[in-house]
Design a protein around this ligand. Structure first.
Ligand code: KG4
Ligand code: ZN
Length: 338
């Protein structure tokens, strides 16, 4: 019988507590506890997030093990998100992973959250094809926006990144301006479906190279809304779907334009997207359109777009093969080098 490796993955970098069991490259379970508590505050409150992780981590891991139909003794290694993220949140997953590895005497594998978003593409999934190296990956989340050249699971080069807000942040801040609760990205996506994407035009950044900027767009949306509300107090309610469609189109145009530039400059036409914003239907459609220009595109399944432990487990598998293990002195890192 072939040797099997079973890895437990733990993710706790922001407001989702997640645990996954991976056998070789197949996900057996991927359980996530979302923290609804932050909605009322319009953003993630770090202290509350940390406390919720402490409450959730053991039940979530238990549920993942049960759902996978394995025994505790079957786990060969534990991989966890070391960073980047909220320190108080990361510490919960890190401490849990360290204790677990110590108690079970198994390897402890620290994982970089953003690299994990990219490597989620290598989870076995009959419905999609895995990217072949080298490929470009647009990683778009609540905290990051990057174009990464992925040469192997361990060799990744950042070609461009945001100099201010991340794409997810742009969605969330715009959503807040039109009175939508946090996180507003998915709601903009939902309302955009019935709106007119060219009803409003917002200013786009004029930034050279492959870097991104979203702070100007934020101001442009703010001024458009402010001026219109002065003339019509019901402006937002009456134009909600058109505002959402126009905001979404502008963000996607910015992202796609830079991807086009990266494809041109590198000659690499194999393109993937990753991170929370990659679940945006407009972005997925825009990328699919690019296949007409000869791009080979890779779009993750929805459950592997937003934060999840399956991506931590698959990254753990790559690092397990390279024996990239940590000892008990490993610490969570809010900022983590690439
Ligand atoms: O990767 P992720 O789950 O967490 C971070 O590592 O940040 O990304 C969360 C971000 C949030 O800003 C959220 O609004 C955005 O992803 N997001 C979306 C959609 N789903 C999640 N943005 C636009 N459209 C969506 N469908
Ligand atoms: Zn993330």
């Amino acid at each position: 019988m072939a040797v099997q490796t079973i890895i437990l993955g733990i993710e706790s970098s922001c407001d989702d507590t997640s645990a996954a069991i991976l056998r070789n490259s197949t996900i057996l379970s991927n359980v996530t506890a979302n923290q609804a508590i932050h909605e009322q505050y319009g953003g993630v409150v770090p202290e509350l997030a940390s406390r919720s992780h402490q409450e959730n981590i053991v039940p979530v891991v238990d549920a993942a093990i049960k759902k996978a139909g394995i025994q505790l003794e079957d786990i060969d290694a534990i991989a966890f998100t070391q960073g980047p993220g909220l320190l108080g949140s990361l510490v919960v997953g890190t401490s849990f992973a360290k204790s677990f590895a110590l108690a079970r005497n198994i390897p402890l594998i620290p994982v970089h959250h953003m690299k994990a978003h990219i490597l989620a593409h290598f989870i076995d999934d009959a419905r999609s094809h895995k990217p072949t190296f080298p490929f470009l990956c647009l990683t778009v989340s609540g905290g990051h926006t990057q174009i990464v050249k992925v040469e192997s699971a361990s060799r990744m080069e950042i070609l461009g990144k945001t100099i201010d807000d991340a794409a997810g942040e742009a969605f969330d801040k715009a959503a807040k301006m039109i009175g939508l609760p946090y996180p507003g990205g998915p709601l903009i996506d939902k309302y955009a479906k019935t709106g007119n994407p060219i009803a409003f035009t917002f200013s786009k950044p004029r930034i050279e190279g492959l870097d991104f900027s979203f702070s100007g767009l934020k101001t442009s949306i703010l001024y458009t809304i402010r001026d219109a509300v002065k003339l019509n107090p019901n402006f937002i309610e009456e134009n909600k779907v058109d505002l959402c469609a126009s905001i979404q189109k502008t963000i996607i145009d910015i992202l796609i334009k830079k991807l086009e530039k990266a494809v041109l400059e590198t000659g690499i036409k194999e393109v993937a997207i990753a991170g929370g914003v990659s679940s945006n239907s407009g972005l997925r459609n825009a990328l699919n359109e690019k296949t007409k220009e000869g791009w080979k595109v890779h779009i993750p399944k929805f459950e592997y777009c937003t934060d999840n432990a399956a991506m931590i487990a698959i990254t753990g598998k790559f690092l397990f093969e390279e024996k990239q293990f940590a000892n008990q002195s490993v610490a969570a890192k809010a900022r983590m080098e690439w």
